[in-house]
Ligand binder design. Sequence first.
Ligand code: HEC
Length: 638
Amino acid sequence: MSRLRLALVALLALSLPAQADNTAQTIVHMLDYVSVDYPEFVRDGKVLDKAEYEEQLEFASQSAMLLAKLPAVPQQARLLVQANQLKARIVAKAPGPEITALAVALRWDMIEAYGLAVAPRTAPDLKRGASIYASHCAACHGAQGRGDGMTGKGMEPAPSDFHDAARMGQRSVYGLYSTITLGVTGTGMTPFGHLDEDERWALALYVATMGQSDERVVKGGALWQAGTGKKEIGTLRAVATLTDNDVHARHGQDVAAAFAWLKANPQALATIKEEPIAYSRRLLGESLAAYRAGKRDDAQQLALTSYLEGFELVEASLDTLDRNLRQEVETQMIAYRDLLRRGAPIKPVAQLAERIDGLLAASAGKLGHSGLSPTTAAISAFFILVREGLEALLVVAAIIAFLLKSGRREALPWIHAGWIGALALGGATWLAASTLIEISGATRELTEGITALLAAAILLYVGFWLHGKSYAHAWQAFIDRHLSAALRGGTLWALAGVSFLAVYREAFETVLFYQALWHQAGTGGHSSVIVGFLCGIAVLAVLAWAILHYGLRLPIGRFFAACSALMAGLAVVFTGHGIKALQEAGLVSAIPWGDFNLPVLGVYATAESMLAQLLVLLVLLATFFWSHQNNGNHRKPN
Ligand code: HEC
């Protein structure tokens, strides 16, 4: 009982708001013990060990009490009901398996509701675990982990024997990790929270493997190499949270053997990548937990990584399935990061995180449906190309039309070099990104943002320049006299540059989208993707032809005006896209403004992107009126 009293003191000390994270973890830890120990002490409605039984009861009461004090989360009411039910069933001396099931369920719901990290970030290093064990633990637990160390002699309770298969079979690595972190109050097992997280995971895994038979591990290795268990237990999370008994009961002997091998060889998991959305959800949970614990910078970093290294990778595929959902996730993730940046109260932050988690789950559901139908694959391929290519096409076609109209054919090669070079470079960037260098999500967004803003700036410049010309009087004379000179200088570079930027920006992204689609469509769907692609090319070609054909028939003044209006419009659109990309890279803040998006116009509902667009619009309007007046003044004398 002294063990219990001390536990209470420790728990009360933990229940300060700043340590909400610790409190939640403590509850989880207690529930873990209830699920493992209760069945040992109560059989057929009879209490076999009164002190132990009372301890389990106290753990359940404590869990309910501490739970009520935790910061509010939407699931809290339901968790409290579960905790009180657990307590009531223990009072009623319910059968062991029932209590275990209740405790395990509550424990998992707690982990999820409070976003507790239940798995190591990287595969633990068992060698490191072995050496820390020898220096810190062997004195009590014995060199071989049989609970027979010199210092541990005569301790009550005795140090655990890690070869006790019956008990170890019920303990997850996460459970052992919690014991190592928090200790068992009132026993010789003091907390080892001062060791860093990696060291504690290494110890937990090392301890978990001590009692495993070599023969079984070897057999499990062969099974794992042959593909057994990849689906069921092939994540660090599974290795950390499942018990031997769970795996055996759910998946049978072979997967259980593979599980044993995996615990002894966790580095085998380093090469298996976590599914991107699962990764996003995990990191989002960790971000929320970090925020709860007052670690704002960590929370922000985790939120950003959650987006860029997880969701963003499947964005392209999701986009072809459900564009609105994709946008919603993106918008909400930006809003979430913004809340963190502004240090918002925990409640709205947690609510938003839960909402995003639901959206991510929905996305995973959408993506999980195996394969795309041939029609969907073709339609997706078509829309990807038209959507990504349209803006670029408008820019390039307008420039070409302009050069033809002004009789400047010799300048065309510059423009062609611009967009063809951009296509080639876009392809090369993709190739490099998928083979040579790791281009992080942040770098990708940064490139996209900078090229978009640069293109917007050049478009503005070219638009002004054209606009100025559209008021000239004697057109032919003007072209003959001035344009040649003007085109020789910086403007020619600007035109070639904008044709390059407009295309490069889209090229790299389009290839990424296609890569995802190609992968998703499966071998059977590849021909559909190609058909969709060719249809897209055809539509873009017709559009280019129409712009050139009809554009060239316009009277020259109106043509110049139309051209400059188009460029001005595109400058506004590009500005929106550019700011958005920089927000995704985490470089620009994102204050939500309403709840609508119009990607075609580059309009996203954040203050920063819309203000930037507004600014560009104002500049456009100002110069428009200014040049109107100037030209008016010029005209009067005539
Ligand atoms: C001073 C003695 C002592 C030292 C040092 C010590 N332990 Fe323990 N440990 C114990 C005792 C005693 C228990 C049993 C507690 C109980 O039965 O509730 C225990 C229990 C455990 C458990 C729980 C096992 C289970 O079945 O739930 C784990 C895991 C553990 N120790 C790991 C470690 C690790 C890892 C180290 C070194 C970092 C360590 N211990 C160092 C005394 C010690």
